[in-house]
Design a protein around this ligand. Structure first.
Ligand code: PBG
Length: 327
């Protein structure tokens, strides 16, 4: 008779044979930085997630260092938006200022974590689309590339360790690579939001980043959730353009894509456990319908089991705190 002793033995034995582990250094924590001063405001649809002004970032940075997360992914909410989204490349914009402030703080603490700048125009355009619009009101892919490249350069000049273009414009990885290489930043990696699906799960984020499109939707540049093979083509294109890390987003409803991408590429694979996935758990936990801790651990584990090397998640700090508590 065959017996599966391993999984039924002691906790020590189960830990020894476990195939995956969720380590804080494998988690990336998203952080919303907004204009203004003295601001720390909770995002109503994302309990436990805040927007900070640059002068209040110290608290967030210390929490991230204490948690030992692998990185911080920065999103900016600027005071002024315009048609073209020109604020995205402003060296005095919220994100470059936040990066300089965090760098200074890390130097003081003698400790640091990776600073990753999300590169997109939707937080900076008055219409909320991820690129500039043409006369017909459609996103003009090619015309949007130089501003993405300039935004990436501004973030890197400020001290970003990595940039992550999230708009799904074709050719954006190559445009950023060329710009960074030309400016002497050939060593700075690019994480492509390679397979980003048009998703209802981004709802709370658009509240958080004040980036909901004013008209239409993002279906002309984000992927159709019915297409798994197309996601692999998108990822292959990013890889060919020089991406160093490939991403699948959202996470939970797309684990088949993560698994398939893992089998196709030798690059690191990242998954983004997005705002709606976070808020669903928070809402159910608040009602007492789900055990939050167990649910989060199970969800995070599923990403690594599917083949992810790293996960972007709003749960990063609380997960790290739970681990500490258990040890
Ligand atoms: C676009 C961007 C989005 C997210 C990250 N970058 C929103 C969108 O495409 O509408 C979503 C992240 C989340 O839902 O947590 N700049």
């Amino acid at each position: 008779m065959q017996r599966l002793r391993r999984t039924r033995g002691s906790q020590l034995l189960r830990d020894l044979v476990a195939e995956t582990a969720v380590r804080p250094e494998k988690l990336i924590w998203p952080l919303f930085v907004r204009w203004g001063e003295g601001v720390k405001e909770e995002i109503p649809s994302m309990p436990g997630v805040y927007r900070y002004s640059v002068d209040r970032l110290g608290e967030a940075a210390d929490a991230a260092l204490e948690a030992g997360v692998g990185g911080i992914l920065l999103f900016g909410i600027p005071e002024h938006k315009d048609e073209a989204g020109s604020g995205a490349a402003d060296e005095e914009g919220v994100v470059p200022r936040a990066i300089r402030a965090l760098r200074a703080l890390f130097a003081e603490r003698g400790k640091s974590t990776l600073l990753i700048a999300d590169i997109c125009l939707c937080e900076y355009t008055s219409h909320g689309h991820c690129g500039a619009l043409n006369g017909a009101g459609d996103v003009d892919n090619d015309a949007s590339l130089p501003l993405h490249a300039a935004a990436a350069l501004a973030a890197v000049r400020a001290g970003a360790d990595m940039v992550a273009p999230s708009s799904m414009m074709d050719g954006v990885v190559a445009a950023i690579r060329e710009k960074l290489d030309g400016a002497g930043y050939a060593q700075v990696p690019i994480m492509g939001y390679s397979a980003k699906f048009a998703s209802a799960f981004y709802g709370p984020f658009r509240d958080a980043a004040e980036s909901a499109p004013r008209h239409g939707d993002r279906k002309s540049y984000q992927m159709d959730c019915r297409n798994g093979r197309e996601a692999l083509r998108e990822a292959a294109a990013d890889e060919a353009e020089g991406a160093d890390i490939l991403m699948v987003k959202p996470a939970l409803a797309y684990l088949d894509v993560v698994r398939a991408l893992r089998a196709r590429t030798d690059l690191p694979v990242c998954v983004y456990n997005v705002s709606g996935e976070y808020s669903m758990v928070k809402a159910a936990a608040r009602e007492g319908w789900l055990d939050e801790r167990r649910t989060v651990c199970e969800i995070l584990t599923s990403f690594f089991r599917a083949g992810a090397d790293m996960v972007i998640t709003y749960h990063a700090l609380e997960y790290a705190a739970w681990l500490k508590e258990e040890n």
